[in-house]
Design a protein around this ligand. Structure first.
Ligand code: FES
Ligand SMILES: [Fe+2]
Length: 381
């Protein structure tokens, strides 16, 4: 074997989890809403499936598989026409449902052919654009998680941070579920002295609950702003709420982590941290920071501690990915039982997805197209 095994061939938990995808039957974020301007396209992917998202000049959002049904060029290189997308080569124009509605050339006396590519449901929530890569008929069954703290007239101050990390999605869930890596962050100290106090599957077995006693938010910049009279920052509850993750520190510091598994070794991560405003104080006083100053404060926290800390995590998981690819046959040593539970859930959910869909539909680079019903036909998920 020259490289890590695929899911069917994988042996043991570590090989299995590192070959597992995420169930396409959930909503996945692809970009910040503000980053996709009217008249522009975004080339992204879900587990090796190329997807184009575009925003029409009227502000509407659409998502299709990122290939022209004619000669398979990427539609993301095309031109937005009103609310449609036109392929740059021969000018076939696609509607948001994937139908070609205009051909910019002579059809040699034929009627317009009925051609379409696969469309994906798309929506906007929490400032993010979300795509549903699974069966569109099921898109309403599992909505994007509610975050009540971010709605209403006085949403909690928030901090958004995103990266593309060259690492399998499970390595990122491992990292954020496992507080034994305080050593990595010894400079910024976002948490320390962690002791695992709880780890168990959620009652519905769709998630994992993890708690640590730990000192949270004590880094050299942030600690001046945390009002510890109000906010108990000595423990944290984390939930792997498949395929997302969230946490709660004393009802005052919370986060969601949303992952876009682009392929087996590439994951876009969206961290969304939010803080209850009355837990943020003016340093050296018991006074709460005025609400209007919380947004610039979030930017400062992001630049001075959160981004540098998360960049350390990114470098670590990318190093772990490279290490796995070199040493995938080496025995795995996993000490943290919470990590094992998260990995078991990821493996089980991927196995269930494959059982429902018959096969691992994930193409590998260099795969030849499967014989199928022919170009222009929607492919089943
Ligand atoms: S390749 Fe897209 S229109 Fe011909
Ligand atoms: Fe970390």
């Amino acid at each position: 074997m020259t490289g890590p095994p695929d899911f069917a061939q994988a042996r043991g938990r570590r090989q299995k989890v590192l070959a597992a995808g995420l169930d396409p039957g959930h909503w996945y974020p692809v970009e910040y809403e503000r980053a996709l301007r009217p008249g522009t396209t975004l080339a992204t992917s879900f587990w090796n499936r190329p997807i184009v998202v575009w925003r029409g000049h009227d502000g509407s959002l659409h998502a299709l598989e990122d290939r022209c049904a004619h000669r398979q060029l990427r539609l993301s290189a095309g031109v937005v026409d009103g609310c449609h997308l036109t392929c740059e080569y021969h000018g076939w124009t696609y509607r948001g449902d994937g139908r070609v509605v205009h051909y910019a050339h002579d059809l040699f006396g034929r009627a317009e052919p009925e051609v379409r590519v696969r469309g994906y449901p798309v929506t906007v929530r929490h400032g993010l654009i979300w795509v549903f890569p699974g069966d569109p008929a099921r898109a309403g069954e599992r909505p994007v998680p509610d975050i009540p703290e971010l709605t209403g007239p006085r949403p909690w101050p928030r901090m958004d941070i995103s990266y593309v990390w060259r690492a399998h999605h499970s390595l990122i869930i491992d990292n954020t579920s496992d507080f034994t890596h305080a050593y990595l962050h010894r400079k910024y100290r976002p948490f320390w002295d962690a002791r695992l106090t709880r780890h168990r599957p959620t009652p519905d077995r769709e998630g994992v609950e993890i708690s640590y006693d730990a000192f949270i938010g004590g880094g050299r910049f942030v600690r001046h702003f945390v009002n510890r009279e109000r906010a108990d920052t000595t423990s944290i509850d984390i939930t792997y709420h498949y395929p997302y993750q969230c946490s709660d520190t004393g009802g005052y510091i919370k986060h969601w982590l949303f992952l876009l598994p682009m392929d087996r070794r590439t994951t876009r991560v969206f961290f969304l941290f939010y803080f209850k405003a009355d837990g943020i104080r003016i340093p050296g006083t018991a006074l709460t920071v005025p609400y209007r100053l919380t947004a610039p404060l979030m930017r400062a926290v992001s630049a001075l501690t959160a981004r540098p800390t998360l960049s350390q995590d990114g470098a670590a998981v990318e190093g772990e990915q490279r290490g796995y690819e070199r040493h995938f046959a080496a025995p795995a040593v996993e000490l943290n039982p919470a990590v094992r539970l998260c990995q078991d859930l990821t493996i089980r959910k991927w196995g269930e997805h494959l059982a429902r869909n018959g096969t691992d539909a994930r193409p590998r680079p260099g795969d030849r197209p499967r014989p199928g019903p022919g170009p222009g036909t929607p492919q089943s998920p």
